[in-house]
Design a protein around this ligand. Sequence first.
Ligand code: GLV
Ligand code: MN
Ligand code: MN
Length: 419
Amino acid sequence: MLKIDAARLYRAIEALGRIGAYVDEPTGLTGVNRLALTDADGEGRRQVLAWMRELGLDVTVDRIGNVYARRAGREDTLPPVVIGSHIDSVPTAGRFDGCLGVLGGLEIVRTLHESNIRTRRPIVVAFFTDEEGSRFGTDMLGSAVATGRLPLESAYALRDRQGLAVRDELERIGFLGPAPVETIQRMPPHAYLECHIEQGPILRARERDIGVVTGVQAISWQALTITGKSAHAGTTPMHLRADAGVAAAKVNLRLREMIASGRYGEPMRATMGAIVPHPGMVNIVPGRALATVDLRNPSEEDMRRAEADLISYYTQVEREEKVRIEWRRTARTEPVPFDPKIQDRIAAAADALGLGHERIISGAGHDAQELARLCPTAMVFVPGEHDGISHNPREYSTPEQCASGVNVMLQIALDLAEE
Ligand code: GLV
Ligand code: MN
Ligand code: MN
C-alpha cells in the first residue's frame, strides 16, 4: 500500500509552525499566532505557496485570498478531488489546527510525484482564508464566500477590533487574488477531503487512530454590546448603578445554567470567550461591556430553542440591571452531515492500514462544512495528546498520529481521483 513520508510531513508542520511562533508568557511554551491577514499569515501563505510551486502545481489565488494548487490529471477536464483546510490560526494556537490538512495534501502530492502516479482526475490542494474567525468575527470566511453562503462584499467589509477591513488587509499582504471567488462553484469538485486534528479528548481516550467524521454541529456566534452608565465606584449607591459588567456576568452564568438544565441536550456547549468592560478601571463602574457568545449543538432544533431562550433572558437582564443589551449575530451555521459513502471508505481504508477507528461528530467548525454544499465531502480526524487540547500552545499530535490520518486520506484521494 502506498504510504506518505511521515517524517517529511512532520518537518513541514514544524517549519510552518515557526512562522508566527511566540512564547506563551504564563507557561513558557512556544505557540503560534498567525491571525488571518496579518504579516505572519502573509509569511505563512508565501511559504506554503513556495512549496506548492516547488511541486510544480498550478497555483490560483481568488478575490478572498483562497489558494488552490492544482496537479493535472490524465483526464484533466474532469472535476478534481480537492484536499484542503486552513493555515490561519487563533492568537494562542499550536502547530496542527488546519495546517495538518493543507500540508497533508501537499505530502500526498509529493508521494504521488515520487511514485510516478498520474491520477485520472486532477487533485487540488487548497487553503481557505480566515477559517478561525478570531480576527474579523466570522469563521470559515473564505470557504463560505467561495461556496456562496456569504457575499464577497459583506466579507470585504468586515473589520477587526482596530477597524481594519478584510479587503484592505488582503491587499496589504498581497493576497487579493485575481480569480473570481465562485470559480469552485462553476465546476464543483468531485469530492472534498479534509484531515484535521480532533481538538478533543475522545479518540485519544479510546485509543483510536482515526476518527471517521459524521458531520459538524451547529454553531451560533453573537457579539453583545451592553450599555449601562459609568460612575464613581466609591460614591455611587448600589441602587443607582447600571453596571454593564454585572450584566455581562449574568449572561455568562446563564450560559452555564442553560447547560446544567439539560433542556438543550447533553452535547450543548456555550462559551462567553470575550468580556471587555469599559473603561476597565478599578474605581469606575463599567458603563459599557463588549462580550461574545459561542453556542454549539448537534441538533438544530435544540440550538434554536437555546438561542430564543437566551435572547429573551437579555430582556430580563436589561430590566434587572437597567442596561441596554444589543446583540448581533456574527456567525451561524446549521449542522452539516458528511457523505456516508466516503465515511464507509474511510473506515475501510483505516481497516486496511490496521488503524483503529470510530465515528465521531466534529465539535469544531471546519471548511469542509462549507464545501459540503458543493460536493460529497468527508473529514478524517486524528487524536491529540493532553486531552486533545487545541487553540492552545499545548496542542500536540505525534508524527505517527498525523501520518495515520494522511495515509488514510491518500487511499481515499487515490480512489476518488480514479473514478
Ligand atoms: C473553529 O476553530 C471553531 O470551531 O471555532
Ligand atoms: Mn481548524
Ligand atoms: Mn481552530
